[in-house]
Design a protein around this ligand. Sequence first.
Ligand code: ATP
Ligand code: MG
Length: 766
Amino acid sequence: MDTRFVEGLNPQQAEAVTHEGPALLIIAGAGSGKTRVLTHRIAHLLASGRARPHEILAITFTNKAASEMRGRVEALVGPEARSMWVSTFHAACMRILRREHDAVGLTSTFSIYDTADSVNLMRLVAKDLNLDPKQFSPKALAARVGRFKDELIGPEEAVRLTESASRFTLEHVAGQAYGPYQARLEAANAVDFDDIILKSVRLFEEHPDIAVKYREQFRHILVDEYQDTNHAQYVLVREFVGMGGAGTGTATASLTVVGDADQSIYAFRGANIRNILEFEQDFPDAHIIRLEQNYRSTQTILSAANAVIANNTERRPKNLWTDAGAGERIVGYAADTEQDEARFIAEEITRLMGEDNRAPSEVAVMYRANAQSRAIEERFIRAEIPYTVVGGTRFYERTEIKDMLAYLAAVANENDDVAVRRIVNTPRRGIGDAAVEGIEAAARAAGVSFGAALRRLDEASRMTARARAAVEGFVALLDDLRALAADNGPAALIDAVADRTGYLAALRASDDPQDASRIENVMELVAVGREYGEENPDGTLTGFLEKVALVADADQVPDADGGGGVVTLMTLHTAKGLEYPVVFLTGLEEGTFPHARSMETPGELEEERRLAYVGLTRAKERLYLSRAEVRSSWGAPQYFPASRFVEEVPGDLVDWRRSEGLDELERARAERLSRRGESWSGIYGTKGVDRATGTLDDRRVPPSPPGSAPGPDLGLGIGDRVSHDQYGLGRVVALEGSGHNAVAKVDFGDLGVKRLLLRFAPVVKL
Ligand code: ATP
Ligand code: MG
């Protein structure tokens, strides 16, 4: 036997590399060499002559992982490995669909719709169906249709499944919209992202000749991170190995899957932990190998990870060990604020680079939500630490942040053409391309800026009355914001922009988890504004924009290649499969991580804990756990208790550099603040609201958690008379938001106009 590729492997790993048989399941904890075994297994298959490169199909979770694996196999067996298929599910399926387009009713030039495209398409469908976009956002509908596709549910079946749901639920409406959406997609000769998998499954199911062709080609199928495959991907794997039709027939190809149920972190995207837990039932003759030795981390890091994940009940216990020695203790740090946390991380990295001679590339900083990178990025820029943000965009390059800043710039300077152009129809307000061209022509003719031309509409002859009205509304909005900016700081202005433009309302109306994180980013920008106001009591809007421009300037980031690479910043989801000598896990607070959205059901909490396990097990040598006692959340400082995940780490493993952030007095004050309806448990609904009267104490509408119950429907209209338990009689002068976030502005005469969150306000319509 060719033993080249088992050298240095432990007996279980070696067995996994050389095993011959139809189905092999390698199930093992983090860092036990699963990915390494998969790579060596491919090399061994090739070198021993059991397989030729084109007979191999290896599936990884990201394109980055795919190119790494290909590189490693090439290094092991040479360039002939190039004709292997090593890719993500999507890339492999695209390759097949491009070849077999006829069979699935597409022409060779079919296009792929990305998420934004499919949302736009869904917008058209929603219009056809006369759906109220405020009630059913195209984004939420498109996302729901995507979940049907993950489950291999077609349009007719979706209608059947959702018919009994109430007509006013997203579920029901999405079922109705799916068919017309798909019809439009097909008319456009396009597939969306989820179709790529679905159509491949259908291709194999409906065209046995084609299925046989690929089954004859791919003799060896290997899947990494198997725990995160969704139902459609799972069925596809069975098709590939010739097991289509559940348990019937014998597999023709050999299948190797590696995974770790404890690292399943994509349930929200339809990934299904069941796939791995029931593998034995689906493949009764599967050989199962467990790997128990961890080669990545020190015993200290491993013990911490094992202790945390042991708190999950929905799991099989395992026994992961290492002989790497205890190593250094974990360092804990409880910061006063997120700035203080960022300062600690930056100082520590600088020290590691100096005293310990660490390269920046050895260090990763991880967090739960994208918005958390902002405070850290600003510190790194000041400390001249080179960094990169993986799997996300740098804070100031994110669309929603650029949009908000464009509003500010337009408020500060009407003649800032780039800014005004950016926001003139963002969010959509009916100023289409034709109108914009008309305004541009008018600006050119009059020799004035685009912003100034907005005020001279009669010269823009080609404009419809509707567009004209929309432009007038936009100009009035900017003027209002200008008036507000005259005697308020940047924070209030950003808040007002987000609110009055309808920008936040549009994000809130969406069920897309990405939009939830966009809301967080906008609120983070409000926090930036407030910090600026605190540091510069006399600061101006222009001053603020200048400060931001300096931080946002990418050139500020030191060159990535001084030889040592850069520090990597990323979310915990992105970190899966990766490893670093030094890892900082940040934001370990109840409400931040575990995320407030995930604290309500035990199932979601267990998924958060698996995410914590993924984070902890990325570290090879040094691990830092940090939290901030006060962090700005939704634009206002909040007091956060320590994350349960930190408390689950045995105390003797952690060296607390600082376990008490705030001194007693400050803590008492913070706690008092949080008790006034501002605790973390209230982030999504009660902040800034007087629960007794429903009065909002600032301009903010508290965002509701995705999927929260709809609010009371009082059927209020402008001009309606209402009675409020405390304020007495009043008249509705304006309405904002809907459902959970419905707000009415009510004029109570002598008591003034109050903004009431209807969910809380004790009002009745008269
Ligand atoms: P994860 O669950 O995080 O994806 P994994 O099980 O895929 O982890 P690998 O990334 O394959 O683990 O391996 C973790 C580290 O241990 C890698 O640096 C790998 O090179 C090393 N390693 C694995 N097996 C051995 C071994 N037998 N001898 C030395 N190093 C090993
Ligand atoms: Mg791996």
